[in-house]
Design a binder for this molecule. Structure first.
Ligand SMILES: Cc1cc2nc3c(=O)[nH]c(=O)nc-3n(C[C@H](O)[C@H](O)[C@H](O)COP(=O)(O)OP(=O)(O)OC[C@H]3O[C@@H](n4cnc5c(N)ncnc54)[C@H](O)[C@@H]3O)c2cc1C
Length: 243
């Protein structure tokens, strides 16, 4: 578990200000939005780059200290609950949109980018990032990938896995691996698809290449009443079938 020499190594890796060990600072991170499962970590670490994540993973691997990833903590399945006494690695400082490629309809982002920030940047050019697990104002794209997040929009646009083309991950040893590609089809096994939805148990994501979706031509909100539930269901099916 975390001890003072390890904390010094972590501080050297990410900077003094970005390793929290005070009880009151760590309490803010001891649960996700579900608030049922709790665990007090030995240290909360906030790296700023993929290189810093690699270094943290190497240090913790050498010391056999468990690492749990956390994005915004909006998860409702207990995924980012810290391992008691272990390291909680928080990606909120890794919030840069690295590249937007409108010709190929994709963007390269760090894992701590909040969904709506990518949509806000691209919407004026006619595109947005479609996945919204009803928490797009706060949740991170790295957290979405780990949960293969869904939400109301996935009825039309599909789950998160349909919007992630490639990702760079760091294994527990600190080894960096690139999964998928920047194109539609990567050769070989779809390892990207295995990592998406693995709740951070396989690796830490340090970068993602995501798909941009054209904005809808119009949005209308309607309220309709039906005498029978079956009529409502058939109407939804008819709307979908009509495209
Ligand atoms: C009001 C509300 C409504 C919601 N509705 C839905 C819904 O309809 N559908 C749905 O699917 N979800 C829903 N959620 C859950 C949640 O918003 C999503 O699962 C979201 O994707 C979590 O993102 P996050 O950044 O908060 O991740 P976190 O909660 O911080 O973490 C989620 C998981 O991702 C892992 N993780 C985070 N970052 C990384 C990384 N860089 N590398 C590897 N693993 C990582 C964590 O270890 C954890 O297992 C809802 C949440 C709220 C609060």
């Amino acid at each position: 578990m975390v001890h003072s020499a390890l904390i010094e190594k972590l501080r050297a890796a990410v900077g003094e200000d970005y390793v929290h060990t005070a009880h009151e600072a760590m309490r803010a991170y001891d649960h996700d939005a579900l608030m049922i499962y709790k665990g007090l970590p030995g240290a909360v670490v906030l790296p700023e780059s993929a290189e810093e994540i690699c270094r943290v993973m190497e240090i913790c691997h050498e010391e056999r200290v468990p690492v749990i990833a956390r994005g915004a903590g909006t998860c409702l399945s207990g995924g980012p609950t810290p391992a008691p006494g272990g390291v909680l690695l928080v990606t909120t400082r890794m919030n840069r949109i690295l590249e937007v490629d409108y010709e190929n309809l994709l963007a390269r982002v760090q894992p701590g980018v909040i969904n709506i920030h990518l949509s806000e940047m691209t919407r004026p050019r006619g595109f947005h990032y479609a996945p919204d697990p009803s928490s797009e104002m706060a949740c991170t794209i790295g957290g979405n990938a780990a949960e293969n997040a869904g939400g109301a929009h996935c009825l039309k646009y599909g789950m998160t896995t349909n919007h992630i083309l490639g990702m760079t991950v760091v294994l527990s040893s600190g080894e960096v691996v690139r999964l998928g590609s920047d194109g539609e089809e990567a050769p070989g096994f779809d390892l990207r698809g295995i990592f998406i939805g693995s709740e951070g148990t396989f690796a830490l994501t340090t970068e993602l290449t995501v798909r941009l979706t054209p904005n809808p031509e119009g949005v209308r909100t309607m309220l309709t009443t039906f005498a029978e539930v079956g009529d409502a269901c058939r109407t939804v099916s008819d709307v979908i079938a009509a495209g």
